[in-house]
Design a protein around this ligand. Structure first.
Ligand code: ADE
Ligand code: ZN
Length: 344
């Protein structure tokens, strides 16, 4: 591969997918414009103030701030702009496919009808395909801290929008300690019956631990695990993950951002990979964690001295672990292989 390109340049140009990013973590510039249109205020007035404000001692504090900023989102235009911004960013980082989560129950339901939000997302998705030729899909997350009935209602309510919005999966997120999966089993079953893939946030913080990952495996039978970094603490679980090849959507710099690890060098991405676990690299909440997908790749590469081949293997995993059809996967992998060939 061309020795002249810098590592960051190489990572930026490498074709890749991102499987774990929250739509609801909206860039401050998009939110400031929505706030101005709707004559509302944010906890910050400028991008510099936003940067300072995005600091957290743990997941709890992050989730609180996460909910605060989106309060300025009211109209279809606001939702269109936020989703379209994800597409512009895909172009910037050469992300061919993104599967972005939204958590309607926790973040939007008290303020905006599902119809307003879905209309904005559906229009943006079409525009992203037309303007950038990039594929944006969505995962509808259940807020695990809300009642099982509320989760069921959410799954039912998205059914009419699945096609136009490109909702291909149902996820499970928000605070996990004290909120097990079992009460939500019926929602998972309903999602499955309706053809959705299933993934869940689990094993993110130290306090949730490997047991939270087992809980999801037993009660959800997931297609992917979001985070799952705490699995490294349980040898049996690591062995199970290696054998089953359930992909993990790891988010190294997000874990550092909420102080699960002090530094990227402590992150188990490479340790898990080396034990045969199917791992992918993702950003989670870029404006909050101040690291996008390229940053996550760069920091791992620098800290663990990864080769360009290692990085391309991560890109390959991102397509293989996606919820794309086998035909789509073939096309993405061909683009990646052609690119690798052109770099040699
Ligand atoms: N929602 C947005 N980011 C999240 C995270 N890192 N963990 C749980 N829920 C989330
Ligand atoms: Zn997440």
């Amino acid at each position: 591969m061309s020795p002249n390109s810098t590592l960051r340049d190489f990572i930026e140009r490498m074709p890749k997918a991102e499987l774990h990013i929250h739509f609801d973590s909206i860039n401050p510039d998009v939110l400031l414009k929505a706030a101005a249109r709707n004559k509302l205020t944010l906890p910050y007035q400028t991008l510099e103030e936003a940067h300072k404000w995005h600091d957290f001692k743990d997941l709890e504090e992050f989730l609180g701030k996460w909910l605060q900023t989106v309060e300025v989102m009211l109209t279809e235009e606001d939702y269109f702009e936020a989703a379209y911004d994800l597409g512009k960013d895909m172009e910037r980082q050469n992300i061919l496919r993104r599967e972005a989560m939204f958590t309607y129950q926790a973040v939007h339901a008290h303020r905006v009808s599902l119809e307003v939000m879905m209309n904005g997302l559906a229009e943006a998705r079409k525009a992203i395909k037309k303007d950038f030729d990039r594929d944006l899909y969505f995962l509808a997350d259940i807020d695990r801290t809300q009642s099982p009935e509320s989760g069921m209602d959410m799954v039912k309510s998205i059914l009419p929008y699945a096609e136009s919005v490109g909702i291909i999966g149902v996820g499970f997120d928000c605070q996990e300690v004290g909120y097990p999966a079992k009460p939500h089993k019926k929602s998972f079953e309903l999602a499955r019956e309706n053809g959705f893939f299933l993934s869940a946030h689990c094993g993110e913080e130290y306090a949730s631990g490997p047991i939270a990952v087992w809980d999801i495996i037993k009660n959800m039978n997931p297609d992917r695990i979001d985070h799952g970094n705490q699995s490294i603490r349980d040898a049996k679980l690591v062995q199970y993950l290696a054998e089953s090849q359930i992909p993990l959507t790891l988010c190294p710099m997000s874990n550092v951002g909420i102080k699960v690890y002090n530094d990227i060098s402590e992150h188990p991405t490479i340790a898990l990979r080396d034990r045969g676990v199917f791992v992918t690299v993702n950003s989670d909440d870029p404006p909050f964690m101040k690291n996008d997908l390229v940053d996550n790749f760069c920091k791992l590469a620098e800290s663990f001295k990864l080769s360009r081949t290692d990085l391309c293997d991560f890109a390959r995993n991102s397509f293989l672990a996606s919820y794309a059809t086998s035909e789509q996967k073939k096309q993405y992998l061909k683009l990646l292989d052609d690119w690798i060939e052109s770099e040699v």
